[in-house]
Design a binder for this molecule. Structure first.
Ligand code: A3P
Length: 313
């Protein structure tokens, strides 16, 4: 597919709006159509539901902390890595791949950002569960790349994210957070319905590529190959190798365009955005009792799905 890579004119305006983020306060969680939400993701709801997708839009959908940024960056490099060098050095990944439902004060909404994207295809990030994704994505038969991560590591990563991100509700201590996670009371929760919702959708909608964080950690080259097949890209092997080098954890952690260091709501002294990037870090957090209780609860929650995860590799 041809990539149109003109630089987005809206970028400097967006950067000015970043000052507003400094003043942001931790939001309250509330129930929104059965999903745990905060107003930063529902304030633009009418525009969001009326969003007009284009057939070549690519949606990156995840439960938060499952590898959104990793896959967003891979897609961005595959489409625009060679053709738009200034994009790679001056535009943070969260503007290249706008967060569709975001509605932060002082910043253009995610919908506005997507509508101003000068690129083809448009890469669009969302954490919306499958049933809340704007209808036009399905009507236009858009490609959806979904990334899922095992619940235990996902919970650990989310806990540290909530500690350091002022735009998220207070997580409390680890034990409190784990209980909230099991109860589905995290932003975009429950995790269980999110991952299985897209899994079920895949049975009837063939344009979903369902990826696992654990597979990516195990063999990123293989996962980039599979992604290219899904997208119909015939990216040369040397180019794919270059992409896998750029998206290595250490490279992304050092890269100010992918490590979120420019976002003033995050306090890296508490925990960095690029934290560990491992499978199995849950073992450093779960007590034996928490693990047993979690496994029991998990079995119940996931009893009706064929979806399987690996908690170690
Ligand atoms: P940890 O907190 O476990 O380190 P998201 O982008 O959805 O918010 O996900 C963030 C999680 O993905 C973090 O997990 C982050 O470290 C991890 N991650 C991001 N890029 C990665 C990479 N290139 N390799 C491995 N993990 C990565």
């Amino acid at each position: 597919m041809e990539a149109d890579h003109r630089k987005g004119k809206c970028v400097p305006d967006i950067m000015e709006g970043m000052d507003f983020l400094q003043k942001i306060s931790r939001p309250e969680l509330f129930d929104f159509e059965g999903i745990s939400m905060v107003h930063y993701f529902t304030d633009n709801w009418v525009d969001l539901q009326n969003f007009q997708a284009r057939p070549d839009d690519i949606v990156v959908s995840t439960f938060p902390k499952a590898g959104t940024t990793w896959v967003s960056y891979i897609l961005d490099l595959l489409y625009f890595g060679n053709t738009a060098p200034e994009r790679q050095t001056s535009l943070p990944i969260y503007f290249r791949v706008p967060f569709l439902e975001s509605a932060f004060p002082g910043l253009p909404s995610g919908v506005e950002q997507v509508n101003k994207l000068p690129t083809t295809p448009r890469l669009i990030k969302t954490h919306l569960p499958v049933q809340l994704l704007p209808e036009s994505f399905w009507e236009q038969n858009c490609r959806v790349v979904y990334v899922a991560r095992n619940a235990k590591d996902n919970a650990v990563s989310y806990f540290h994210f909530d500690r350091m991100n002022k735009a998220q509700p207070e997580p409390g201590d680890w034990n409190t957070f784990l209980q909230t996670f099991m109860d589905g009371k995290n932003v975009f929760g429950p995790w269980y319905d999110h991952v299985s919702g897209y899994w079920e959708k895949k049975q009837t909608y063939s344009n979903i590529h369902y990826m696992f964080f654990e597979d990516m950690v195990e063999d990123i080259g293989r996962e980039v190959d599979r992604l290219c097949s899904f997208l119909g890209l015939s990216t040369p092997i040397e180019e794919k190798e270059r992409v896998t080098k750029y998206v290595h954890f250490d490279a992304m952690k050092q890269n100010n365009m992918t490590n979120y260091s420019s976002l003033p709501v995050m306090d890296f002294k508490i925990s960095p955005f690029m934290r560990k990037g491992k499978v199995g870090d849950w073992k450093n957090h779960f007590t034996v009792a928490q693990n047993e209780q979690f496994d029991e609860h998990y079995k119940q929650k996931m009893k009706n799905t064929t979806l399987q995860f690996r908690t170690e590799i």
